[in-house]
Design a protein around this ligand. Structure first.
Ligand code: HOZ
Length: 425
């Protein structure tokens, strides 16, 4: 019995399902997870000393790879000075300023501890500002496990076939309207019917939790126009895409500015962080300046802010983000050729260094399209790659990521393995 199996058996006695977040359980691919012991650069090592090229990267945050020396040193230095104060620190200002320096529309930021907290707080703020209750969300977008956003949600809920979770009061579900992605007409209809009640529309501008989906030309701008016309706020959830598809996120990539943005993952460099931000006019509704309450003992934690500052500073260096994206492009191009040669229909998507290979013969433009992918083929591919030392997310409905540590040589090694795996189909 492998050490990972032994640990997983033990874990199940104390941790629900043996894990602390469902997507880690490998349930969708019909096996058990490996247990990580260390990570270095583009690789992660398990409890049996197997080393894998890592395309999950802690589900996105590790854009500089595992144990990047600059992040490592910054966290160590911060730790020497104290792990937490619950008192303001200069690092919070620095991280806030860094974020705002890249994302133009942000004037003020609030740091929190996770992406879930960021989206939960952002919709509370939107409801407080507009004095309206309804939220319009997009099918298959995942915004963490916030009650009113766990409706037709992607990621784990889709993977496990429960897109809306029990435990959420009906009234919460009723206050959430959903529309398909890339469908402006559906958004227009929703606003025509209930626009005066809709506080905000929230979406991942580049969805990464139903696989990765590319926004069609004019879609994001259309949302901007419609929400503005109806006095609703537009929230871009860029927990996944922020500082990954561009330093300025979707605003830079597509030229559309939302009213609020939620961030996480990359801005914490592997430590628990989230953030939300917007104009001073909107953010001033937040306590202690305004009446909308939101708080956190560990918000702006010194270790997390140190990791975030180090990560964003490295990323901002010329050419870094482009190299990370180029690694993903190289991988995608290679996989496309291999699948074609093997005669296996796939549909690939990529924005920046986020990507997805859908086992689907048709274009994937929304959740509906994504969910008719061939998950049996995905599972076969996943296991074949893992056996050969290449770790992709254990679900068709997740994104793949590259980091600065993913060199051409590493990518080519993954492509060699993919060739072998596709030959077994
Ligand atoms: N957004 C991540 C999955 N798509 C979160 C990872 C988790 O749920 O643990």
């Amino acid at each position: 019995q492998s050490n990972s199996t032994e640990l997983f058996n033990k874990a199940q006695n104390i941790l629900v399902g043996g894990v602390n977040s469902p997507v880690r359980a490998f349930k969708a691919v019909g096996s058990n997870p490996f247990f990580a012991t260390s990570g270095q650069g583009a690789t992660v090592t398990d409890a049996d000393n197997n080393t894998y090229t890592d395309y999950v990267l802690s589900w996105g945050p590790l854009i500089l790879g595992h144990a990047h020396p600059v992040v490592h040193d910054a966290v160590h230095t911060a730790l020497d000075n104290g792990a937490s104060f619950g008192i303001p620190t200069e690092a919070e200002i620095t991280l806030g300023e860094l974020i705002a320096s890249h994302i133009n529309f942000i004037e003020k930021v609030r740091l929190v501890n996770s992406g879930t907290e960021a989206t939960m707080s952002a919709i509370r703020l939107a409801r407080g500002v507009t004095k309206r209750d309804l939220v319009l969300k997009v099918e298959g977008c995942y915004h963490g496990h916030v009650d009113s956003l766990l409706v037709n949600a992607g990621s784990g809920p889709t993977t496990f076939g429960t897109p809306t979770s029990p435990g959420i009061p009906t009234s919460f579900v009723e206050s959430t309207l959903t529309v398909p992605y890339n469908d402006l007409e559906a958004v227009r209809e929703a606003f025509t019917e209930r626009g005066h009640e809709i506080s905000c529309m929230i979406l991942e501008p580049v969805p990464g939790n139903m696989g990765v989906i590319v926004p069609e030309e004019g879609y994001l701008q259309g949302l901007r126009d419609i929400t503005k016309e109806h006095g609703s706020l537009l929230i871009f959830d860029e927990v996944m895409s922020g500082f990954r598809i561009a330093m300025g996120g979707a605003e830079e990539r597509y030229g559309v500015s939302p009213d609020l943005i939620t961030l996480g993952k990359v801005i914490g460099g592997g430590l628990p962080v989230g953030a939300y931000g917007g104009s001073a006019e909107i953010m001033q509704y937040l306590s202690p300046e305004g009446p909308v309450y939101q708080a956190g003992t560990l918000s702006g934690n010194p270790l997390a802010t140190a990791a975030g500052i180090a990560t964003l500073t490295e990323l901002a260096k010329p050419g870094v983000l482009q190299r990370i994206e180029a690694a993903q492009t190289r991988l995608g191009a290679g996989l496309g050729e291999i699948a074609k040669e093997a005669g296996i229909p796939i549909y690939q998507t990529q924005v920046g260094s986020m990507a997805c290979m859908f086992f689907n013969e048709n274009p994937v433009k929304n959740y509906q399209d994504a969910t008719i992918s061939n998950t049996e083929r995905f599972t076969k591919y996943f296991h074949g790659m893992l056996e050969r030392g290449h770790y992709f997310a254990p679900s068709q409905y997740e994104a793949g990521f590259t980091s600065i540590a993913h060199t051409d040589e590493i990518i080519d090694g993954t492509l060699e393995a993919a060739k072998e795996v596709f030959a077994t189909f």
